[in-house]
Design a protein. Structure first.
Length: 114
């Protein structure tokens, strides 16, 4: 794969089913929690992202996945040459942990395309 432009998003939703519906991006059930441009080092170095990932797949994230993303983001600069995503990932992990106390917790889904 030629590594050109890439948009990486993390969305929150109650379940994966919402992403199967046309226009899911406009749904009140889905909220964008994180966005990064061309953060290929994150994709290439997170063990839970399959090497045969297909654009448009949604990977449900766990607390362990978020911890790994924090470590990778501490090791590799983003496309803009900064580590600015580290605090964002930490805040997202904390938000995720808080949701787990809810009766019907929100879940996080990572998706990227190029």
């Amino acid at each position: 794969m030629i590594k050109i432009g890439m948009d990486l998003n993390i969305y929150s939703a109650r379940n994966r089913e919402v992403f199967k519906h046309e226009g899911w991006w406009d749904s009140e059930q889905v909220q964008e929690e994180f966005y990064a441009r061309k953060f290929w080092d994150l994709v290439d170095n997170c063990s839970f992202i399959p090497k045969d990932y297909q654009s448009g797949d949604f990977i449900e994230l766990t607390e362990e996945n978020l911890e790994e993303m924090i470590k990778v983001a501490c090791t590799y600069k983003d496309y803009f040459g900064t580590y600015n995503n580290v605090p964002k990932f930490c805040e997202l992990r904390d938000k995720y942990i808080g949701w787990q106390e809810d009766e019907d917790p929100r879940k996080l889904f990572l998706e990227y395309d190029w």
